[in-house]
Design a protein. Structure first.
Length: 325
């Protein structure tokens, strides 16, 4: 073994050591982009989460300047310009592939992808492998540079690393789940990507989701009702199911994960004192006009109170609201 080969092997082993101890997907991505450039010569190394169907794009990169303001938005706008995304999505083949396999430099330099993202970084060569995750999400590891294209040796090196990187990626998800479970062993944990996409789901987690969201099918796209929670747009969600209620919120541990709890009943704490009065009268079968008379308010105000109660309880009928009391 030559000195150069020994150096490559040492760098690869150091990279795998770093990513293998990652406690979260974020830590995995940070360790990956910091070390992969020591194995394969690159101007930019990136960890990408891309969902072309929405489109979503999130990435971590080294050097840090590669994640300049607007870079993720530029990637989202120009997803269709990158044939590697179409190739990996269409074939399911995660092995190393280069941009030059599909497009000439002249054609690449005519795209928005190049002018908005590659050119500011001084790159026009890209080599990518992908890691197993739930479709339609694509998790890619990219090495990029200007100048000479990637060699067969470099492709082979990335392919050799891929199985170990895939295992480290999955282990990082599992550590996220275990960290949240140490805080609450009765929860169901859903590890999330940087844009709120579902990275993985255990069979029990799939069962819970299918129970409360029957139309959902296993994929990286969460049920639409959970999406605002996953994106941090709302703090929590309550969902009525056949056997009780499902509560969803972000993990208190700070990990990128949704925590699901099944409850026999939904707490009424979110209701104001007046709304609780309205709910109690509604449960007696009173109409809006009768509620208004009891509380000495207008029928219009009573109707608004009823609407707020039903919204907070996540129900569509007065009967369902009464059942939550």
């Amino acid at each position: 073994m030559t000195g150069h080969q020994k150096g490559d092997l040492r760098a690869a082993l150091e990279l795998l050591e770093r990513v293998s101890v990652a406690e979260s997907v974020e830590q995995f991505g940070v360790a990956l982009v910091a070390g992969l450039g020591e194995v394969i010569s690159a101007d930019v190394v990136a960890y990408n989460e891309i969902d072309p169907s929405r489109p979503h794009a999130h990435y971590l990169a080294s050097p840090a300047e590669a994640t300049f303001p607007g870079s993720e938005a530029a990637l989202e706008r120009n997803i269709d310009d990158n044939p590697l995304i179409r190739y990996h999505m269409g074939t399911g083949d995660g092995s190393a592939a280069a941009l030059s396999d599909f497009v000439t430099l002249k054609r690449l330099r005519q795209t928005g992808l190049h002018s908005e993202l590659f050119q500011p970084l001084g790159i026009d060569r890209q080599l990518v492998v992908t890691l197993p995750t739930l479709p339609p999400l694509l998790v890619g590891i990219a090495v990029m540079r200007g100048g000479a294209d990637f060699s067969e040796r470099e492709r082979g090196a990335l392919d050799l690393l891929r199985p170990s990187l895939a295992q480290a990626f999955r282990n990082a998800q599992l550590r996220t789940e275990l960290g949240a479970l140490r805080d609450d062993g009765r929860a169901t944990i859903l590890p999330l990507g940087g844009r709120g996409d579902l990275l993985g789901a255990s069979p029990p987690a799939v069962d819970v989701l299918r129970s409360y969201f029957p139309a959902w099918r296993p994929s990286s796209v969460l049920p639409a009702e959970l999406d605002p929670v996953a994106r941090g747009e709302v703090d929590e969600l309550w969902r009525r199911g056949p056997a009780g209620w499902l509560h969803a919120a972000w993990s208190d541990t700070g990990a990128a994960a949704l925590v699901l709890h099944e409850r026999g009943a939904r707490p009424l704490a979110p209701l104001t004192p007046r709304e609780r009065e309205v709910l109690a009268l509604l449960a007696q079968g009173l109409t809006n006009a009768e509620i208004a008379q009891q509380l000495v308010i207008t029928t219009r105000t009573a109707r608004k109170h009823v609407e707020h109660v039903m919204s907070k309880l996540d129900v569509r009928t007065r009967t369902a609201a009464a059942a939550a009391l």
